[in-house]
Write a protein that binds this ligand. Sequence first.
Ligand code: ZN
Length: 114
Amino acid sequence: MSPNHHDVLCVGLDVLLPGPDRKRTAKAYHYHLAYRRGDAEQPGCLMLWEVHGGRSAYQIALERREQGVLRIHCTCADAIYRGEEPGHRCKHVEGFLEASRMLPPAGVSLRASA
Ligand SMILES: [Zn+2]
């Protein structure tokens, strides 16, 4: 990350997910932005998020393919073993995307209230 950028940037996110225990008790997982490339249009890795709170730490990578398609990967066992199944997403990616959907889409005008 360049030290001289002045854009507002989200570098951390806490999301409640089913925990790693057998009862899947809801637990706060922390997502930490570890890497972000300035140029988001070129193919390659755009962002790397570290996920803490599970049995071990995982990494989520957002990657742009040659054709411009965005792909998201997680390093957890669930994503590795079942990631190629159509429509399957591990809970880390699912929770991450779900959290980002909580915000209004770009273009919605929000006014700060007094
Ligand atoms: Zn995962």
